[in-house]
Ligand binder design. Sequence first.
Ligand SMILES: [Zn+2]
Length: 307
Amino acid sequence: MLSANSSESTHWRSRLAPTPSGYLHLGNACNFLLTWLWIRHLGGELWLRIDDLDQARVRPEYIEDIFQQLDWLGLDTDQGPRSVAALQQSWSQQLRTERYLSALTTLKNTGALYRCTCSRRQWQALVGEEGRYPGTCRHRQHSTEQPGSWRIRLPAAATVCWQNWPSGREELDLTDEMGDFVIQRRDGQVAYQLASCVDDLDWQMNLLIRGVDLRPSTAAQSHLLRLLEPERVHPVVLHHSLLTDEGNRKFSKSDGALSLHILKEQGYTPAAVYRSCAHWRGWPEASNVQSLNDLQQSFVLALKQEP
Ligand SMILES: [Zn+2]
């Protein structure tokens, strides 16, 4: 487990990175709590980054909801927007389009990208809905005049390795997991993977805490980072299990009933959310947690009990 020595000289920086395409749910809250607990324990810096690049999915009430729920949970951040107005003025990913496009150009210059003119329907007709893009356009030289996306050219075996937090290494075969994924969509918008990688790079994130369902994204972003800045030290990553309901289903944004704002209306308190978090992680004294301070103590007790 974490030894104090390993973290003494490092200035840790992490982020909460919600996407405002739905109301925050209990699973998001537990991820935020875990991230907040770790970074406060390490004496590091916590940023809020709202992933609002995909304007077709973003809604103002979802953005507002992020601020409200963070406030309700009592989670403070050190950098990032504190209000909708601040997001729009200074922090929105919409304001960073130029930066993302310059990263896109860097990738093109390394020869890592190729133009793809296939529609999803066309390539899925070849490999099925669950399949990966089969690389149809890899060796075709499409003109950029034709509508199309830019995809990454992955090697035959793209094993990506990263450092797990707090210890160990993990790897994943990106080719097998994602295939030649899209870097810039047909409509010109850069893909989440590139924007997220560039934001983490520019803001010098060195500790990422995310659900295990994002392992392929970790591998994709790690691969992009290596292409963009080969010398750069990669963030360490804690992939946590997903919070599940009693039927062992993971929470998702489509489960409206589990949205924090609805739970709140039903009389749920922040303390109940803290207890859910402690139970989920199997921390000591989980049932007795009444406050964020109690949750911190439960977390620290859990750290001490690790071998
Ligand atoms: Zn294609």
